[in-house]
Write a protein that binds this ligand. Sequence first.
Ligand code: MRU
Length: 342
Amino acid sequence: MRAVEWDRSAAALVLIDQTLLPGELTWVQCRTVDDVVDAVQRLVVRGAPALGAVGAYGVAVAMLQASAEEWSPEQLQEQVRRVRDARPTAVNLAWGADRVTPLMGAGVGAVLDEADRLMAEDEAANRELSRIGADWILERTGSDRVRVLTHCNTGFLATTAWGTALGIVRELHARGALELVYADETRPLLQGSRLTAWELAQDGIDYLVQVDGAAASTILRGLVDVAIIGADRIARNGDTANKIGSVGVALACADAGIPFVVAAPSSTVDLATATGADIHIELRDGAEVTAFGGVSTAPAGARGFNPAFDVTPARLIDAIVTERGFVEPDGSTSVESLVVAS
Ligand code: MRU
């Protein structure tokens, strides 16, 4: 099962509708740029590496719509830009679109072939970074069975397959080195309780869902050996944007003296962004915080503050792991070695 797929017979981008999980497993087809942008913005599809694939296939959607509706080259360019910019924080969305746009002149088949390659490379990257991350964690903790805390969803739903932080969890489980996972529920849209818990249950991995507010206490009480999170954008100095609440987990880990690990494919490393201060943090509708399931949870007129991501400074990160290896940032390290092949 994949969260993102191209259906060649239907000539459409097909996505698992993650807004309906875990209650309902259904797929949506995107045949227009409006469909793609709507799916990205409503979080039908989400997670940085999955958005990379959507960026690439979204260009193919735009090209097919351009032929059907006889768009000018400028109109097509504008629609590709809409796909690329549908959400601002995860660098992968623009990266995926930018990877295929040089092939547009060669036709939609060439764009689709490149998008398929991107998918295959992302899966391979996830599996490799999972092995590297599991090795690092077992060596650093000196333990042969670890208790892991994770935040948001970083499994196959958030990627092309397997997962990043959750890929490491799967790798630890496969090695018999995983005791328990604390899955933060992830306010306000519950990617942790709805999606991570669903994935862990399918794999038969032992887990507990906890409210985000419990994370620091669980860590300080000594119930966790390592926290592993994913990333939406890793700046050149190692500062990392991820789901809101991640930096609180990192602070608690630093205080408790346990490792805080960031896991991502190298496509999430953005050398063009110098530090976390340069990362555009998506601000979502405050109503996602002041209401739940369409029912108000705050007084009428209450305004919500709803940044979707935060930035964890590199000094709070013990290891950044990609398929190319790991760096242990100290605030002045560059993460360039995680992008440029040695
Ligand atoms: O708003 P979301 O659900 O797209 O946020 C996702 C995250 O923050 C993930 O941790 C990140 O994209 C990494 S997914 C492997």
